[in-house]
Design a protein around this ligand. Structure first.
Ligand SMILES: [Zn+2]
Length: 329
């Protein structure tokens, strides 16, 4: 079994003295290898809306630089286990001739919260130079690009701001993946419209189905169909509050709830739209699958539920591969 994971926060969450070899997090080198992780998207997670004060811009920049240096440090320290995913040629299976070579896990660097740019396009170009290939446009606060998911209907219906539309154009030009997880419904519709125009897919890197769990972070069926029509994917998020309304007392993230979401999404939009977006090291609840090494538990449960190996290969790997190959240059 192999898989692509569209979202984790591990690089950001590594504390002083911790590395991808040794840490107390969900993700480390050994578990990535054991679980068969071919590509791990890893975020520079900076919730820019929580930064206040006169020096917020500098503080955001300092945190950005810190996580980029963690990325560079880990990639340089583990050349056999990790490699950078920068172009479509870095996506396995495209390298057909290298089939016997163990490439290790490709790390695709992402930004979670496009507010990191602070409304300056130069910072998108800088991020591209640093290796970033996917940007989650917002987190849970308004930024220069647009508005977040919200229980407030007015906010939820707001679309992208002018800078947000410029960011879409530039990301499309550079070959970067546009991510609508955390975004308002209005913003989602703008991105879907844009994707129709360009013919390029987009993603919801770590979002589930709102029809199953009524959380604004999850996507309504109509939006999932739009995502599917654009050739995009949504990564199944393992956080318990996006998986279940009726939480067990300890709020555990459970495989049975993941299966419910997957079966629903498959029923309403087909299995081509499904992917994995674990949110490892961004989830605070207890997790049945708390490590890449345990990803096989989800695979086996879905197999027992009746999904074919072909379909599972799509969900775990091929759908995400299709999107990354289409977008990256
Ligand atoms: Zn997130």
């Amino acid at each position: 079994m192999k898989y692509i994971d569209l979202h984790c926060d591990t690089l950001t969450e590594l504390k002083e003295g911790e590395t991808l070899v040794r840490n107390h997090k969900n993700v480390d080198l050994k578990s990535l290898k054991k679980g068969g992780c071919v590509i791990q998207c890893a975020s520079i997670f900076i919730p820019t809306g929580t930064y206040t004060g006169v020096d917020r811009k500098e503080a955001i920049q300092t945190e950005y630089d810190r996580v980029v240096s963690v990325y560079k440090r880990e990639l340089n320290a583990n050349p056999k286990e990790l490699y950078r995913v920068l172009t479509r040629r870095d996506i396995p299976d495209i390298r057909q001739n290298d089939k016997m070579q163990d490439l290790g896990t490709g790390i695709l660097l992402t930004i979670e919260d496009g507010g990191v740019m602070g409304g300056e396009m130069q910072k998108l170009y800088r991020a591209y130079e640093d290796g970033v290939r996917l940007v989650t446009l917002t987190w849970n606060h308004e930024n220069e690009i647009g508005y977040p998911n919200s229980t407030d209907r007015d906010i939820m219906q707001k679309g992208l701001k002018p800078f947000g539309f410029e960011v879409l154009e530039e990301m499309n030009r550079l070959g970067m993946v546009i991510d609508v997880s955390h975004l308002s419904d209005g913003g989602f519709l703008n991105v879907a419209e844009f994707a129709k125009k360009t013919g390029m897919p987009f993603v919801a890197s770590h979002s589930n189905a709102r029809a199953i769990t009524a959380h604004p972070r999850n996507l309504p069926d109509m939006y999932i169909r739009k995502l599917s029509e654009a050739g995009g994917v949504m990564g199944l998020n393992f956080a318990s509050h996006f998986l279940s309304d009726t939480q067990p007392p300890d709020g555990e993230s459970r495989i049975c709830d993941m299966v419910t979401h997957i079966l629903h999404i498959r029923k309403i939009a087909g299995s081509e739209v499904l992917a994995i977006g674990s949110d490892f090291d961004g989830v605070e609840s207890r997790m049945e699958i708390d490590s890449p090494a345990k990803m096989v538990m989800l695979y086996e449960t879905l197999h027992q539920t009746g999904l074919s190996e072909d379909e599972l290969e799509k969900i775990f790997y091929k759908n995400a591969q299709r999107v990354l190959t289409a977008v990256l240059r």
